[in-house]
Design a protein around this ligand. Sequence first.
Ligand SMILES: Nc1nc2c(c(=O)[nH]1)N[C@H]1C(S)=C(S)[C@@H](COP(=O)(O)O)O[C@H]1N2
Ligand SMILES: [Mo]
Length: 223
Amino acid sequence: MTLPPGQRAIDGFPRFGTHLHHPPPPVPAHPVIEVAGALTRPFTLTLTDLAQLPRVEVKADFHCVAGWSATDLRWEGIPFALFYRTRIEPLLAPGISISHVVFEGLDGFQSIALIEDVLADDVLIADRLDGQPLTSDHGAPIRLVSPGQYGFVNTKHLCRIEFHTSQPVDPDKWSPLAAHRRARVRQEERHRYLSGRVVRPIYHALIGPIRRMSARGSTERTE
Ligand SMILES: Nc1nc2c(c(=O)[nH]1)N[C@H]1C(S)=C(S)[C@@H](COP(=O)(O)O)O[C@H]1N2
Ligand SMILES: [Mo]
């Protein structure tokens, strides 16, 4: 399959993101995901609860907003849409309609997505990559995988999912590099205010140095 506009394939799958100066957060002895927001009853989802839900495999490329793509990854996990329909919809009071979802990782990282974007068929609450449990580099114990959206939506070390009825408070609001609210890779929706094409060359120059930093902070060799 051809890559989305402005992406370049790289070998391997580096640990990447805004958190590279820290080691990945330790995996808790009993990992849970807090599920909260506009629900009649917030709840705590354990890995045992997740294991009750049907699993699927999704083959996809992974696209970082900085312009690199890791190709042919094989993720396994629970379809997010199935989780939403079976576990969340029954907890919505009449008249409540969810518009946004906030995902949070154990390192404090957050992403905000439109509900319609994360209800796509290939969006997973993933716990395995290429036949192995997720490593810490790639989001252990559980991460969001949304192949149609840039990497920054794909929150690793998932520990909280919040459902909102309107646009949540956005910490990046005034940043010139504010994330695009949809972040669809085919539409090259990299940033909210700057066009994807304008930032491409800047990012391409940064990928090498960031990857070297990533290789140093990584708990394993990815290259
Ligand atoms: N918890 C957490 N998730 C995160 C990030 C992060 O810093 N912390 N970085 C995001 C970004 S910008 C990218 S490109 C991908 C990188 O995923 P990888 O490290 O598995 O390659 O994770 C995303 N999810
Ligand atoms: Mo990224």
